[in-house]
Write a protein that binds this ligand. Structure first.
Ligand code: ZN
Length: 182
């Protein structure tokens, strides 16, 4: 396929041309693994609620697939999802990239019913509008939690609390970018 680079507009074989390709690194802080600097991908995350967002998230999920290959033990992958606003789940795309013979995604197992958008909101707002997670997946398992961006860590903390009640042991979380690194 031929695209127009989303950054410079030149014709390209992917959504970004070679010159605009984003640097991928491996970051680990506490129990959160991430791959991109937030500033580098902010312009791409804006496509999340658009119909071509799935292409953007597939592009961004490439380091997830590489990371997953290192895993040689069985675990499940749980994407943090919200009620669908568009025709695809962006975190399900990231979870799918982690799928190997060892890692099994549990799609639509952890859903936030509150449907509050946290992007650009203060910590106070986030605390006053907590997530309302419903979990309908397996219990008694080891799992890797998946989200797009870690900002304050509130969403991940809240998801873990709910999963703990279902006897799900969260090994660590994987996100595209951890804003608290900056
Ligand atoms: Zn470009």
């Amino acid at each position: 396929m031929i695209f127009r680079c989303l950054k410079c507009g030149k014709l390209s074989f992917d959504i970004l041309c070679k010159e605009c390709d984003i640097e991928v690194n491996f970051y680990k802080k506490d129990d959160v693994v991430s791959f991109y600097r937030y500033d580098d991908i902010e312009f791409l995350l804006k496509f999340k609620y658009q119909k071509n967002g799935s292409i953007v998230f597939k592009y961004l999920s490439k380091p997830f697939a590489k990371f997953a290959k290192e895993f040689k033990f069985k675990a499940f992958v749980i994407p943090i999802e919200s009620k669908r606003e568009v025709g695809y789940s962006h975190t399900a795309i990231l979870a799918k990239a982690l799928k190997t013979s060892y890692l099994t995604p549990l799609y639509s197992s952890l859903i936030d019913k509150s449907n509050v958008r946290y992007a650009g909101k203060s910590l106070e707002f986030r605390k006053n509008h907590p997530r309302e997670f419903i979990y309908n997946g397996k219990s008694g398992i080891d799992a890797i939690l998946v989200d797009d961006v870690k900002t304050t860590g509130l969403t991940i903390t809240c998801a873990k609390e709910v999963l703990k009640k279902h006897n799900v042991n969260v090994l660590f979380s994987v996100v595209l970018s951890d804003k608290s690194l900056v």
